[in-house]
Design a protein around this ligand. Structure first.
Ligand SMILES: [Zn+2]
Length: 391
């Protein structure tokens, strides 16, 4: 009951994950929730939405085993992400032209500005940013100062650290992660940390060992589709297409929709991936070199989704060959797949074997290898695999 009410009134709707909500709600009510919880799962699957809900439960003085009361002052503030004891941190772009001594204050201003935008439009597609964003040491120091202050309203403070893998990047070394670890080692009583990250292994083992990791799986495609139709009034055909491509993630499904007449960022990646697949299916490398040049200088935020989409495109090709068309996610490419299969005899095994090259490309991306080089190598390897030339 509380759940359905919550879903209809909150600015941060949580779709799916009902069982997880039930068990976490109960743990909060019994006072059993560990002080460090690590929610991990694919981008846009609802990790920070769930963290905000847990925070609301923890801060509500009238919580029941099924969740927060929804009507008290604390709940009303939590729902607007305006509760003074709810602190939400996430990656921001590093402010330009800032002296190191002013960096902490500038990052805090950037976070507050971002919070205002999030309150206005909470539903943002994943991969909507093209700039590199990070969680910097100065931000973790700010968080630490807050941790050792007394709560304003009740006896608890809740800290959400979204996309914590952004502590570990080219620009922000693991200094931020080390600083966080020190706080997690000795948290003041009544302090809770709800940390989210996409892939668990991207966080240091020392941080993981201080938390209870909980995995959020994708939700059923039908739930994503219903959400898009009911809450965003997307027409059925478009909702169906985005939902199929979403991997059970609402945040991801939004990336395939048109926003302010602009093509979604994931839609761009999807179309690009079919150009790449076409290049791999040629008998020579001309198209491979042409497509790689077009992606020269691309940031990993743009390249990652293109590589992911190429994986989807290849999987669809395998499904088509196996006659399992119902599972194809790029439904608008069936004619193209038909054309490919009428001309060539590709063994599904050579497709599954080429997935290893996609993983390799993503690893190279994390180590900042040049984008053009990554794509050239990837496409050549996949081309060889599909042609049966490589072992
Ligand atoms: Zn309440």
């Amino acid at each position: 009951m509380a759940n359905s009410l919550m879903k209809s009134t909150t600015m941060h709707p949580l779709i799916g994950h009902d069982q997880l909500q039930t068990s976490l709600g109960r743990a909060c009510h019994l006072g059993n929730l560990p002080s460090g919880v690590l929610l991990h799962g694919g981008p846009g699957v609802g990790k920070q939405h769930l963290a905000l809900w847990i925070a609301q439960v923890l801060l509500c003085p009238h919580k029941t085993p099924s969740g927060p009361c929804m009507v008290c002052k604390s709940c009303r503030l939590s729902l607007k992400v305006g509760h003074p004891d709810l602190h939400w941190f996430f990656p921001v772009s590093r402010p330009k032209n800032t002296r190191p001594s002013n960096l902490g204050a500038a990052l805090e201003t950037a976070r507050q500005d971002s919070l205002i935008r999030k309150r206005k439009n909470f539903l943002r597609p994943t991969s909507a940013y093209t700039e590199i964003q990070g969680i910097y040491l100065a931000t973790i120091k700010h968080l630490r100062n807050q941790v050792y202050k007394r709560p304003s309203m009740g006896s608890s403070q809740v800290f959400i650290l979204g996309d914590a893998q952004a502590m570990i990047s080219r620009d922000s070394t693991s200094e931020a992660a080390n600083a966080l670890l020190k706080i997690l080692e000795e948290p003041p009583s009544g302090t809770f940390f709800l940390i989210t990250c996409d892939i668990l292994r991207r966080l240091p083992a020392t941080i993981i060992s201080r938390t209870i990791p909980i995995h959020l799986a994708g939700i059923p495609t039908s739930e994503v589709k219903n959400f898009l139709m009911e809450n965003l009034e997307i027409e059925e055909k478009k909702a169906d297409k985005s939902a199929r491509l979403s991997r059970g993630s609402i945040g991801r499904s939004l990336g395939f929709l048109t926003e302010d007449e602009n093509e979604g960022t994931l839609e761009f990646a999807r179309q690009k991936s079919f150009h790449l697949l076409r290049a791999c299916l040629q008998t020579n490398r001309t198209l491979i070199y042409q497509e790689s040049i077009k992606l020269a200088g691309t940031s990993s935020r743009t390249l990652g989704p293109v590589i992911d989409s190429l994986g989807d495109a290849l999987r669809d090709l395998a499904l088509f060959i196996l006659g399992d068309q119902d599972k194809i996610v790029n439904t608008d490419t069936i004619r193209f797949l038909e054309g490919v299969c009428s001309k060539r005899n590709i063994h599904p095994r050579s497709i599954t074997e080429s997935f290893g090259y996609l993983d390799q490309a993503k690893e190279q991306m994390d180590s900042n290898v040049n984008a053009q080089l990554i794509i050239t190598n990837l496409l050549i390897n996949v081309q060889e695999k599909l042609s049966g030339r490589s072992k």
